[in-house]
Write a protein that binds this ligand. Structure first.
Ligand SMILES: C[S@@+](CC[C@H](N)C(=O)[O-])C[C@H]1O[C@@H](n2cnc3c(N)ncnc32)[C@H](O)[C@@H]1O
Length: 354
């Protein structure tokens, strides 16, 4: 049996497999087949056989069967007879490992984006301005966020998952509000500090985890989240919204860009703006909200990501960043397919007063 402090004693293979199981447990399954969609061509069940099919397992040359067996022996995972499941203890350790894997992934990939000339051009052409976006937010959506929140220099604002901080800086300069950007990826926060306006007291960046928000109650007039409040990033959406409500001053506001994805047409009611996981979480917290549907706008952006990605392919390749470009193209194709098949929507949720 491992304890929370001893998770580092797990082998790298065990950590990788435990992180994968933790992530897969958050994904929607096809209700009939229990399959989880990994990509257009790959669907897997949460079993030893399924895990073996993942690219990360073959790329890292991991013996996933023996990693699974030792995770079972260490009481982190059980096999229900149908699927692998995390034990309560496995959930606890899995969260720590997953959070580390995710922040490592964001640190690595977003920093490469920040250093890439091709990525700067890509953002300029896709979004209308290079703010090192790692989202699906063009200038129209950004204007919508700014005009909905209607911030001024008296407002204290929190940006959840600010990444490289250029969007945060843009909003700060436009509105005059005092904005604190937080992100759990330490190197991104350091980059943001080094590459945004230096002597600007109204712009601050801090390392912070959305699952462990540390600010005192009633700290902010507004909190916004651009493509961050997803199951891969946070443990519990309802609890996170409860926490955000607590951090807001009376009459404070929330602005949230959120994509809802479903796995099969039977779940289609969840795509309705008032039925998404975000809508449910807001309603569970007794929050009234308005919604703007940005699905068509997002589809246009994904189409641009595909064509601009192809146009800049050679430039990305010369920099040694072809995978960054290919990931965006593959993501674009997946999202356009899902939108066209009624499997994905994008919304802006605005709570004007908590
Ligand atoms: C899709 S990117 C969006 C970045 C930025 N908001 C933008 O619009 O360009 C998601 C960001 O959320 C951060 N993130 C993910 N999970 C987090 C967590 N639990 N706590 C804090 N930041 C997190 C990632 O490091 C990443 O920078």
């Amino acid at each position: 049996m491992v304890t929370t402090n001893e998770y580092t004693n797990l082998t790298e293979d065990e950590k990788t497999v435990l992180g994968i199981i933790t992530e897969l447990e958050t994904r929607d399954k096809d209700p009939k087949t229990n399959e989880i969609t990994i990509s257009e061509s790959l669907k897997i069940t949460l079993t030893g056989e399924g895990i073996k099919k993942l690219k990360m397992i073959s790329e890292k040359n991991i013996d996933s069967d023996s990693a699974i067996n030792s995770l079972i022996a260490k009481n982190l995972v059980v096999y229900s007879g149908v699927e692998l499941e995390l034990t309560d203890f496995g959930v606890k350790i899995g969260k720590i490992i997953r959070s580390k894997q995710m922040s490592d992934w964001y640190n690595h990939n977003l920093l490469r984006c920040a250093k890439s000339k091709a990525y700067a051009q890509f953002c300029e052409k896709v979004f209308g301005k290079n703010l090192y976006q790692f989202n699906v937010l063009d200038m129209d959506q950004l204007d919508c966020l700014i005009s909905s929140l209607d911030l001024n220099s008296n407002d204290l604002v929190l940006d959840l998952g600010c990444g490289l901080g250029k969007v945060t800086e843009y909003i700060q300069v436009k509105t005059g509000a005092k904005i604190t950007g937080i992100d759990f990826a330490e190197q991104l926060i350091q980059w943001a500090k080094d590459n945004t306006e230096k002597n600007n007291d109204a712009l601050e960046f801090q390392v912070g985890n959305m699952n462990e928000l540390f600010f005192p109650p009633s700290s902010f007039n507004a909190i916004y989240a651009i493509d961050t409040l997803y199951p891969t990033n946070i443990d519990d959406l309802v609890a996170t919204i409860t926490k955000l409500k607590e951090l807001l001053k009376p009459n404070g506001q929330l602005g949230i860009f959120f994509a809802q994805i479903i796995e099969s047409k039977e779940q289609q009611h969840i795509l309705e703006p008032n039925q998404t996981e975000m809508a449910q979480a807001l309603k569970n917290n007794n929050l009234n909200f308005t919604v703007i549907d940005f699905t068509q706008n997002a589809r246009d952006i994904w189409e641009r990501e595909i064509s601009i990605g192809n146009e800049l392919r050679e430039m990305f390749d010369k920099e040694g960043n072809l995978d960054l470009c290919e990931d965006r193209i593959a993501d674009g194709k997946r999202c356009v397919f899902r939108i066209d098949n009624q499997l994905q929507k994008r919304y802006f949720y605005h709570v004007s007063s908590v």
